[in-house]
Write a new protein. Structure first.
Lengths: 415, 415
């Protein structure tokens, strides 16, 4: 039997629906991957009695409980007090926690508000979980059979504390027989197409198959039981990856760091010591922003009007009635020259700005990559809200670059 | 006292974290707006005993319960059976429901699988909730003090059934006195600083005060009870807004559409028929991408090296050892000229690209806005991960623009 784990979310913003509880889903996935059985999610607001009663209830029922929220500096942050009451643990001033909170503010050149002092009070005997990403330290207490972990509710603090401090601790405290999750990440192919391709492959009944589609990719998930032999696993994963062909941009096992399409492109660009300059239209800066911090992106430009851009770049078009793709190629040549970059990537789209903004109209996004004096290009129809189109346009341009770097060409027909 | 309402979500996909439970948040918002107090969210998987126990527990505790999920045709859809067991209500074949399910399939020219017959079995005495959007009818039962409503888990079926069948029913069954929620959105001031300022203002005990901090803003929420006199409400909101001063970028009542900082800037830019060109550094395209679809953004540029940019723009700096802010001002002048835009906004930062990438180092982001031949500027220390710095840099530049548009100047000291 796997040990059981419950998720407990605290905060009025959750229970009133102002915030969707993404923490509960994220933590559950982590726990399942480790080998827990997740039995229940509970969320309540800022009511001390409810919190106390629930903490006692869960501690009597589950082997582990991960709680998020209610650790902030304000009066309505009641979790620590609730733990103290529920388990008769007096609150004790933690000098180390206090020093860290003070440091957080001094690093930002801000005075520490008096209210933050409260965050240094921890239940007696609790394990402190240092928060390097915000002011509220987490903590953990053992109550009878149940190990209860308390983390801040802000995902950008909660996730790193969990990964850094809790993930390594759990296998020490529980007998865990984790399944092995393999995630095959694809871009440019839909969930039903993937399912049809998968018919060409026998998945054993003991392997759980799942799909997760988002705006950024479709993930095919294979969950192998703990005792599954490794050679058979490797062979099955290779079979599935072959069926999904060059749509696959990343293949991840359980313990590798998760990567996304920009991450994969970044690795390939760094490896080849390439450089790039970009002109964006439909994605309006999003493409550049996804490449934050990389060394290889020299310049990126968004221009509302292509006409104005060609004028500014002093490009004289040879003929009238040039197609958008011809203009894009001219721009790529100029862009490469101006920046003395190895590659130049230019994105244009047909249909105009009104169609881009209209959720009922589709536009065709055309991306061209200039590399080794050769043009590589792709054209795709994108539909939906303007934000969806923006996102797709950015990822399609990145995927053109990824395919070129991996295969030396854009190997698929445009859709 | 408002009647209490709980949300109960059923399904392995929720409890294992494969699906984020957006239904719970959506239903809670609906319930709060109607005048319920939402006290708890619970989610469990496909275990009959858990379901039965929880249904009894909730029925003894809440005045209303909205349950989603578990109404499908497959073996692991156990909600109806759990209701039958929990409340000793035998399942009865509902001919109308069955006819609707048959019709659903015949309209799609598909044979009805035998398993779907199960969906026409409803607990004795239940109110049937016709599902015009899928196969699973919902239903509702009264158990003691509690009215329990059961809806399919697919949001595209759940939402219209709720809006069509439940929303009109609730005011008939409950004495509802909806509260009024006012949200005051601020940027550039922290939650604890807000709390300290709020000490200058008496919030009556009947008004519920809450805060929500995210990367993009801090929201101060005032929840007024139903009978609260409007003049007093208006006066209190004005008092709080005054204390928060020009950090306030939006003030929202319960029924206005929600807006964010880019949305507010967009309104102000459109109203004034202004135009803008941007140079981004630390935000690397994110600032432009947040302004997707606007008419007033003519050009945006990211350049990795400021030196290269000044060369490319043929700017000759008059003196050596110019400060970053001097360079930024020169760039703004050139940018405005090149684009013939009314405004030019330039962002630079000190500390270099290594410091930007290092989560343990802070950088100072300097934004300068050129408008009416006058420079308006702001400088802020930003810390944390590179993505956090990127986001803050983009919003700080937008906020400089917002303050100029609202007040004609950047009225606060830099921090």
């Amino acid at each position: 039997m796997n040990p059981t784990l419950e998720i407990f979310s605290q905060g009025e913003e959750i229970v009133t629906g102002q915030t969707v509880d993404t923490n509960a889903a994220w933590l559950s996935q982590q726990a399942i991957n480790l080998g827990f059985t997740v039995t229940r999610h509970t969320a309540v607001g800022d009511k001390l009695d409810d919190l106390v009663a629930l903490l006692r209830e869960i501690a009597g029922r589950a082997d582990c409980c991960i709680c998020t929220g209610g650790l902030g500096p304000t009066l309505d942050d009641l979790t620590t007090e609730a733990v103290a009451q529920a388990f008769a643990l007096p609150l004790v001033f933690d000098a180390t926690a206090f020093a860290q909170i003070q440091q957080f503010f001094s690093h930002r050149n801000r005075p520490m508000p008096e209210s933050n002092r409260k965050q240094a009070m921890l239940p007696q005997g609790a394990l402190r979980l240092d928060n390097e990403w915000g002011t509220a330290p987490g903590f953990a207490v053992q109550q009878g059979r149940c190990w209860l972990v308390f983390l801040p509710g802000v995902p950008s603090e909660m996730r790193p504390i969990f990964l850094d401090k809790i993930l390594p601790e759990l296998p020490q405290r529980f007998s865990l027989y984790p399944s092995q999750l393999i995630t095959i990440k694809t871009f440019g192919i839909g969930e039903s197409d993937i399912q049809q391709r998968m018919n060409g492959c026998d998945i054993p009944a003991s392997v759980q198959l799942g799909f997760r589609a988002s705006l950024n990719d479709v993930q095919t998930k294979l969950l192998f039981p703990h005792a599954y032999p490794e050679p058979a696993r490797t062979a099955l994963v290779a079979d599935v990856a072959r069926l999904l062909d060059d749509y696959v941009y990343a293949l991840e096992g359980q313990h590798e760091e998760s990567t996304d399409l920009p991450g994969v492109v970044n690795q390939l660009m760094d490896q080849g010591k390439h450089t790039l300059a970009i002109i964006e239209t439909a994605s309006q800066g999003l493409l550049a922003s996804l490449c934050i911090g990389v060394d290889w992106l020299l310049e990126s430009r968004y221009e509302q009007s292509l006409e104005r851009l060609t004028q500014k770049m002093s490009i004289v078009m040879d003929a009238e009635n040039l197609s958008d793709s011809d203009v894009a190629k001219q721009l790529a040549l100029e862009l490469q020259k101006h920046n003395q970059s190895e590659f130049a990537l230019v994105q244009v789209y047909t249909g105009g700005r009104d169609a881009l903004a209209d959720k009922n109209q589709a536009v065709t996004v055309y991306s061209v990559l200039l590399a080794d004096k050769t043009f590589h290009d792709s054209a795709h129809t994108v539909a939906g809200s303007i934000k969806r189109k923006q996102n797709q346009a950015a990822l399609l341009a990145l995927d053109l670059l990824r395919r070129f770097l991996q295969f030396g060409q854009y190997s698929k027909l445009s859709t």
